[in-house]
Design a protein around this ligand. Sequence first.
Ligand SMILES: [Zn+2]
Length: 362
Amino acid sequence: MRCSARANAPYLVFALLAVTLAAALVACGGPSAAPSTASDSTAAATVAVTTAPATAAAPDAAATVAEPTATAPAPPTAESTATAAAGPAPVVAPANVGAAPRDARTTQLAPLPLATGARTVVIDPGHGADEIGAAAFGVVEKQSNLELAFRVERLLAAQGVRVLLTRRDDVRAFSGPAIAGFSAQRRDLQARVDLANEERVDVFVSLHSNGSTSGTERGAEVYYNAARPHSDFNRTLAQLLLDGVIAEVRAAGFEAINRGAKDDSCLRAFQGRCFPLFLLGPERVTTRDEVLRRGGNPEALGFAPGQDAIRSRATQMPAALVELFFVSNAQDAALLRSDDAREAMARGVARGVLDYLAAYPR
Ligand SMILES: [Zn+2]
């Protein structure tokens, strides 16, 4: 489940934790009062789920304005993506051998060319702690995301890639003291971005699964942001991740619906503004006036005396958010409960990362 809301794809949470989602919607990129939608008010016919009240969100000063940044570091210089799928001959045995027949292209991950040097990636298992993400048919997204992240980590590490996970347990990525006015989700997401920036990683990949009240929506999709200085690289990364997942899951003998690689720049529209996913979008600016208009305390939000605005920190490298199928769809949920299918998903994500790194050597 993305940390954002769309009218045609609201998300499921356990009834007990419904309110936490509303805060998450805001924290992950929306305005302080998320727009209601008709579909948000209907409960899905799945496992004890309901939707969050859109107006229950806590104030989130930094999530109200999105604007492009002009200061992001330059992306890799290579321009062609044609070589992305053409790596050296695979020499490493697959980590998982399932019952379904697979060909060499889809069972073995090509190692990176030695000339590419050491590469580092962040794998971000979405959600954590009381923010569980989507949940249905016996699949709880926060748990599923983390388990998949461990699989991707293992596969990439075997290829010589340094992998950093934003969390390794059922926790938020940020554990410091609370700051009045800043939602825990908002600080959690910023911490995930900060880790990637501080470590100067090559790519940032966030792992999620979708949820919908429709029950018929299914498939995998990958989000990227087209409003960044390195948007072409974002798009390439997203497409390679999607290609990898679809190919690997199908090769493992499962059905995989391809929903495409999608620009999240205007994933949510509210009061004439577009709000991308916090993890993928440009920096956001929150002004002192905005805070005061909402009755907030700028200093309590981190404003220095006389400071007119505070800014979030955006990823400084290509980034994408992978939605690995719908937990709210019976067939997709069965995939997410299958060890073979999960290994194929992880192999697909790892393949996408490796293909990207091979296409853009340092
Ligand atoms: Zn999610």
